[in-house]
Structure formats: C-alpha cells, structure tokens
Design a protein. Structure first.
Length: 144
C-alpha cells in the first residue's frame, strides 16, 4: 500500500499514495502522528539457571527443563541470574539472593529419541545406541 517515515520531530510523517507513477511525480501527503501516548513497560521477567541452561521466564510461562527431583504438583525454587522489573534491571548478586522464582512441577516426560550410530569401514565395526532425555515440565508461579 504505502510507506511511512518519521520526520526529525517525530510528530509528522509522509505517506506515499501507493501508485508508483505518483511517487516519481512527488505526490505525497503529510499526516499527523499521535505521539501523546507514553509507553511504559511493566514487563517483569527473570533469567534463571535451570538444568545447566539459562531460561527467560515470567509468571505463567511453561518451561521444559532437564529432570528435576520432585512429584507432580510440588513447588521448586529456581536461582535468578537477572531480574527485569519494568525499567529496573537487577543483576547484583546481593540483590538477586533476595529474589525468589517459584515454579510448580506439572509432569515428568521424555524428549525425542536420538539414534547414535558408529561405523568403521572394512573392519566390521558397527555400533547402534539410542537416547531419550529425561525432562520435567514446570509452570512459573511467582517472581518475588
């Protein structure tokens, strides 16, 4: 259809009419943009260490981790490495020691089957092995 570019002030823009013939002739209209809205981010998320990896989580997220000890329905606590609360970012170890990221264990499951095959030519050496990773699905219930 048309393209929109911001001017130096950020409050006006030029809109192309959509017709290539008009573009070369310079037929563009100036429109007023609504910049009165203030954007404030109230996003709260944390980077946690879980099963040898780091995961970005927020409240209500479902995360699949390496197997965690515990029954379905029990609560676990994950160590936070970084906390973002709106515009405030917390990364100091002393402050992160006070942060608690809690999760509820939903189920234990297994990952997809991986087939490992080894073969050496002219020796008759063949080896076949399979692997399925033990996993746990959790739901993040709180970041405090």
């Amino acid at each position: 259809m048309g393209w929109l570019t911001d001017s130096a002030l950020g409050s006006t823009a030029l809109r192309h009419s959509g017709d290539p013939a008009n573009h070369s002739a310079g037929f563009c209209t100036q429109i007023q943009l609504d910049t009165s809205r203030e954007v404030s981010s109230q996003v709260v998320y944390a980077i946690v260490r879980a099963g040898g990896r780091q995961e970005k989580v927020s409240v209500g997220d479902f995360v699949t981790l390496n197997r965690v000890a515990g029954e379905a329905g029990s609560t676990i606590e994950l160590p936070a490495l970084l906390l973002v609360d709106g515009d405030k970012v917390t990364s100091a170890a002393a402050d992160l020691a006070k942060v608690k990221v809690t999760a509820e264990i939903l189920e234990d499951l297994r990952g997809p089957k991986i087939v490992i095959q080894k073969f050496k030519n002219k020796t008759g050496y063949k080896k076949r092995q399979g692997h399925r990773q033990e996993l746990t699905k959790v739901k993040i219930t709180g970041i405090k």
